[in-house]
Ligand binder design. Structure first.
Ligand code: ADP
Ligand code: MG
Length: 508
């Protein structure tokens, strides 16, 4: 019999809050990691999409976090996209009691975010780009952040994000708990483990091959001229659907075409202003939009109750993208349908993805879909809670695909423009995560020059870059565990145990 939250050492106040939200028994990944995380251990956690990883790292953070001083958060959660940052903060707030939780990300104004930080934020959820901007502006310091979570860790460890993630980790407390989670942990993550974790415990739930079997996966050959109709038919048959396209322009076009066919569709991608992105997602959550047509900006982490179907309108970049896109349905024990629309010439790539994922469905012509019973009720509408909802429009004509790399997928590469970030032509306007390249040092103090930056911008060397500096790591062992309890009901009961465990550890 699985343990209860209380048996895992979760404080009463949090158990009661979970209960109020209808969360009574821990999911498997939560049973596996909560005790170790509460104990202060570094953790590498892998579990399928929709398996409850947010609470697996969130409950221990809330239980252990100390009270923050102004502009000095005590816990940091890094997220690759703004929407995910918002969702993590919202979910944690439902159980955080007196602990303050705030999200900071790009595409919205700075004023509210600075105000919140000034007041004091215990747990900060952040996208790397905006976080670095706020650090540059001295609106926040990470020196007292001694609990760090990297969600979607493999994404954060790829070349688009890694340099920024390193710079950020280098500024957190040297004695620190570092926790990483994803549905896919790969070699990129090992680099962060090597440089920033101390004897992490690894907890993996599900098969070594990614576990995506809870959904019904279908692979259909569809001629290009029939793709939109096929897509509309699936949505009509299944209900709430997320449709993934390769480019921003393609997403806008498909949303229009679906609307012309009577499907209530809206696009979400990195070319839209953040207020529009938030509004569109909310409309989908509320059921006012039936089909969310998205780039891969929506592929990671986002949870919407009762998504009946995911359609790969354009094929995913690779098996990881397939897995994360598909993981927007069949979450938290529910079922779902995943349909790939495949054109001639794409079969070999799809076969490759299938074999990497252990899927062996044949590629067929479209098969009938049983008309769904009315989709289960969606979660009650809730407003996004990010601190920065001050709807500042991103600059630049991001609607015009010609001016940019129109992809939202955030694969790395490319030198970043220097200085003139106002000029959309000069910027890689890609999304929540774009690639490497050297970063401009010029006007980073001036928020106006950077407000359009994303949740994650490219690499380039910055700051002290001392991740290799043993002081940032090996010294930790002697000092870890020295965190003081904030005297609030949820103290850090097992910290001492952790300190003992760590003492005498050899430096890595
Ligand atoms: P993941 O990060 O693994 O993709 P999430 O953390 O987004 O998944 O969780 C998916 C859904 O499951 C969320 O709506 C969350 O509130 C719900 N959930 C998490 N843990 C439990 C639980 N123990 N019991 C019931 N629902 C849960
Ligand atoms: Mg998640």
């Amino acid at each position: 019999m699985p343990p209860t939250f209380a048996q895992l050492g979760v404080p009463d106040s949090i158990c009661r809050a979970l209960e109020r939200n209808g969360i009574r028994k821990p999911f498997e990944i939560q049973s596996a990691v909560i005790a170790d995380a509460m104990d202060g251990r570094d953790i590498c956690g892998r579990a399928p999409t929709g398996s409850g990883k947010t609470l697996a790292f969130g409950i221990p953070l809330i239980a252990n976090v100390s009270q923050a001083k102004s502009r000095r958060p005590r816990a940091l959660i890094l997220s690759p996209t703004r929407e995910l940052a918002d969702q993590i903060a919202s979910e944690l707030r439902t159980i955080s009691g007196p602990i303050s939780v705030a999200a900071v990300y790009g595409g919205v104004g700075y004023v509210n975010q600075r105000k919140q930080l000034q007041k004091g934020v215990d747990i900060l959820v952040a996208c790397p780009g905006r976080l670095e901007d706020l650090i540059d502006q001295r609106a926040v310091s990470l020196h007292e952040a001694d609990q760090v979570v990297i969600d979607e860790a493999d994404r954060m460890a790829d070349m688009g994000f890694l340099p920024a993630v390193r710079r950020i980790l280098d500024q957190t407390a040297s004695e620190r708990q570092t926790v990483m989670f994803s549905a896919t942990l790969d070699n990129d993550v090992a680099k962060i483990t090597r440089d920033y974790q101390d004897r992490p415990v690894t907890h993996e739930v599900g098969d070594a091959t990614p576990d995506i079997k809870s959904a019904d996966h279908r692979f259909w050959t569809v001629d290009k001229t029939e793709r939109v109709d096929a897509c509309a038919d699936v949505i009509s048959a299944t209900g709430p659907t997320i449709v993934f396209c390769r480019t921003r322009h393609g997403s806008d076009r498909l949303a229009r075409q679906l609307s012309q066919r009577g499907v209530n569709a809206a696009a979400i991608h990195g070319g839209h202003a953040q207020n529009r992105r938030s509004r569109t997602l909310q409309e989908f959550i509320d059921g006012r939009v039936e089909a969310l047509v998205a780039t891969d900006v929506a592929a990671r982490g986002i949870h919407v109750d009762c998504v009946a179907c995911v359609i790969h309108f354009d094929p995913p970049e690779d098996h990881k993208a397939y897995l994360h896109r598909s993981g927007r349905t069949a979450r938290a024990g529910q079922t779902g349908l995943v349909v790939s629309l495949i054109q001639q010439g794409q079969h070999a790539d799809i076969k490759q993805i299938q074999s990497q994922l252990g899927l062996n469905q044949p590629i067929t012509s479209p098969t009938p879909i049983e008309q769904n019973a009315a989709p289960a009720r969606r979660r009650k509408p809730s407003q996004p809670h990010g601190v920065g909802q001050a709807n500042k429009k991103p600059k630049g004509n991001s609607q015009n695909p010609r001016n940019r790399n129109d992809r939202d997928d955030n694969r790395g590469g490319g030198r970043r423009s220097n200085g003139n970030s106002q000029n959309p032509r000069n910027r890689n306007d890609r999304d929540d995560n774009r690639g490497g390249g050297r970063r401009s040092n010029g006007n980073s103090q001036n928020p106006r020059n950077r407000n359009d930056r994303d949740d994650n911008r490219g690499g380039g060397r910055r700051s002290n870059g001392n991740s290799q500096n043993p002081r940032n790591r090996s010294d930790r062992q002697n000092n870890r565990g020295g965190q003081k309890s904030n005297g609030r009901p949820q103290g850090r009961p097992q910290q001492q145990t952790r300190q003992k465990q760590r003492s005498g550890a050899s430096s890595r």
